[in-house]
Design a protein. Structure first.
Length: 488
């Protein structure tokens, strides 16, 4: 037997100090401090705060890993600023991926001048340049960059949604990411109290993640999703949602990810009402239906037959309505990813249908101005975490990294404060109670018999303001009773 005793930790929100005894990876006992004999190594928490380890319910892990290899264009406010950022990066010897200068993070939803193929061609006639949008749903490229992707953008230079997402994943294979990069990012997540992630990368996760774990990437539990193009492969291999994929049980078969619409920033989220202008990408009118409803229904039926549960991306209110109706029709529980804009009458449909709303609160902070512009008059039901909670819907919080940082404390702070920096709260009626946000950011409880996935904090979340939550100091993280981060 292996043992560990965490002595003198305090529960969140007050209460007397307790000792947590861990045996063989599980919590064996929780008792008032000093009343039980220690087992194994004794670690004195000195009154720090102890709770269940945190999960990020929506990550694109490889995209997050390779963000450091891309030119940062996230702070640009016009095509000219983006071009200048890329020009400076090239002059400074920016790293390339298979010879291509790749940037990440542009958000053109508020730009007064639209993107154009010509702007990048004139600035970079010889260098292939591809800029990935901050929401991952579009790429802005010059002619040479388009040639490398095998794409044909229009005059905007932008390719979005299905054509883009598939090409991005193919191009990603050329990045030659060393294993150490995955280890470093997993370790960084552990330093923020994370014990697990749901990886929605569009790759064969059910093969790649067990290989990474076997090679030493062991700081996280992973739910490994599958996309429609690999669904039959997963079913044929006998994989079922919840089944372990590695000997230690760190990697678990996750869900079928289906993307039925686009995004707000790209103006492709499928809505009941049209976008307000006719320029840029608003030629899509009310947005894009990436997967037709009939095909969604077929995919969900097939996944159900194979024992794989679904997670369906739906951002616009039309997409959410249609997806809910399919779930109701099939009598099938599942997850709706994002649920960014929901009709008032649809909030109450989540709980009876057994639907979990997997949301990313930091997106509300990033996109509040874009929503005010493109969803004008509807933002009282946009990123409406409070309405979802009050309706009885189960919630999970995530980052959608790299769209937002892989840091659960950012999500918790955004969900509970609805503000960032010096700005006033945006629709404060949609705040979540702190206990709800914490519970939606974890899976287990600090209780006897639970896996010893534990986080130790230097501060009590209940005593922190918004900014203190964002910068929460994490003293230790344990995964199955072993330290993945220790600063005690």
């Amino acid at each position: 037997m292996s043992g560990l005793t965490l002595r003198g930790g305090r529960p969140y929100g007050g209460g007397a100090p307790v000792d947590v005894v861990i045996r063989d990876g599980f919590i064996a006992a929780i008792a008032p401090a000093g009343t039980q004999a220690a087992e194994g190594e004794l670690v004195d928490l000195d009154g720090r705060f102890v709770g269940p380890g945190l999960w990020d319910a929506h990550v694109h892990f490889t995209q997050w890993v390779i963000t450091s290899r891309r030119v940062d264009v996230s702070g640009t406010n016009s095509p000219e600023e983006a071009v200048d950022a890329v020009r400076r990066a090239i002059a400074a010897g920016a790293p390339r991926t298979d010879g291509v200068v790749v940037g990440y993070g542009y958000r053109d939803g508020l730009w007064s001048t639209p993107t154009s193929l010509r702007a990048l061609d004139e600035a970079f006639p010889d260098d292939p340049v591809v800029l990935v949008s901050g929401d991952l749903h579009a790429g802005w490229m010059n002619t040479r960059g388009a040639e490398r992707f095998g794409l044909r953008p229009d005059a905007s230079g932008v390719v979005s949604e299905s054509d883009w997402i598939g090409s991005l994943q193919r191009f990603q294979k050329a990045a030659s990411i060393p294993l150490e990069a995955y280890t470093d990012v997993a370790d960084a997540a552990a330093r923020r109290g994370i014990v697990g992630i749901v990886d929605y990368e569009n790759v064969p996760n059910f093969r790649e993640w067990p290989e990474r774990v076997a090679a030493g990437v062991r700081a996280l539990r992973v739910d490994a999703s599958v996309w429609p193009d690999r669904l039959e492969e997963a079913i044929a291999a006998g994989l079922r949602t919840g089944s372990p994929l590695d000997p230690d049980g760190l990697v678990t078969m996750g869900r079928l990810k289906v993307v039925v619409d686009g995004s707000l920033n790209t103006r492709t989220a499928w809505c009941w009402d049209p976008y307000p202008s006719a320029d840029g990408h608003a030629e899509h009118g009310c947005g894009v239906q990436s997967v037709p409803v009939d095909e969604l229904r077929r995919l969900l039926i097939r996944a159900k037959e194979g024992g794989i549960l679904p997670a369906v991306h739906a951002i616009g209110d039309r997409a959410n309505t249609e997806v809910i109706e399919v779930f109701e029709e099939l009598g099938m529980p599942g997850i709706i990813e994002h649920a960014q804009l929901v009709r008032d009458e649809d909030f109450r449909r989540f709980a009876p249908a057994g639907l979990i709303a997997s949301v990313q609160p930091e997106h509300a902070m990033d996109d509040r101005d874009i929503a005010d512009l493109h969803w004008a008059g509807r933002t009282a039901r946009a990123f409406a975490f409070g309405s979802l909670h009050r309706s009885g819907a189960a919630l999970r919080l995530g980052s959608d990294a790299p769209v937002a940082p892989l840091d659960p404390w950012h999500a918790i702070a955004a969900a509970t404060a609805r503000s960032r920096g010096d700005r006033e709260a945006w629709h404060p009626e949609q705040r979540l109670p702190l206990d709800v946000a914490l519970a939606a950011s974890s899976r287990g409880r600090l209780a006897v018999g639970e896996a010893a996935d534990v986080v130790v904090l230097d501060r009590d979340p209940h005593a922190c303001d918004r900014d203190a939550l964002r910068g929460m100091p994490v003293a230790a993280t344990l995964l199955g009773g072993r330290f993945t981060h220790r600063a005690l």
